[in-house]
Design a protein around this ligand. Sequence first.
Ligand code: HPA
Length: 273
Amino acid sequence: MAEIAARAAEILRAAGFGGPHACAVVTGTGLGRVAGILEEPGALSYGEIPGFPQPGVTGHGGRLHRGRIAGRSVLVMEGRAHPYERGEAAAMRLPLTVLRMLGVERLLLTNASGSLMPEAGPGSLVMLADHINLSGMNPLIGERDDARFVPMNAAYDPDLRARLARAAAARGLPLREGVYAWFSGPSFETPAEVRMAGRLGADLVGMSTVPEVILARFLGLPVAAVSVVTNWAAGIAGGAPHHVETQSAARAAADDLAGLIRAFVADFPETAP
Ligand code: HPA
């Protein structure tokens, strides 16, 4: 993997993706147009980057974007690899390693999720405060180095969370906080599974993000995550999630998310041009 990552980083540097970068953003289902807020944009399709999630596996052609927001350099991964595609919890290890090599200083993960929180229905933005891994998988299984014993207290970086809260307040956007439970998918949860997750302390359910948070902590990248609630979780308020609806609900909320990200990034120290 180290060789492929080095080759990917070399190709990306040659294409103008070298850092430092104030932030990298990973966009979830239906949220790709967040990349549209970048100024002076450029993009490479994942197909041109060794080790990045290849089209056909993800079901959509992903792209890595570069650009600036208020003078800060930012990378946006439009599309992620999901562990449910091939049973690999470490599916995002190579891309995140390459982002780190390119000088990314912080990571913001976004996703679509189902909500169990009465106060956060479809269309709401919820910042992750913590997670519960219900998948039985972990992206660091098989890792040999003792660095695999990653502490997970304050995994969602407290400073980044405070910054997100400030950015939301500045834009007048309600931003809740919640605990996200990771189910492997790709089938949606049953109502009984959602009731179980709720009793265990979950506020949201989804099929991504948690392995990326573990990998980010492993790589020493401060990380935060924001969820766009696309539906009530199965059995909550009649929730019966369906992929097509989750995609269209995510697209409807993408402008709020883009505004939040813009304000979040604009508050970091400027990066060199
Ligand atoms: N469950 C799992 N993943 C999801 C959901 C859900 O209800 N909504 C969007 N992604």
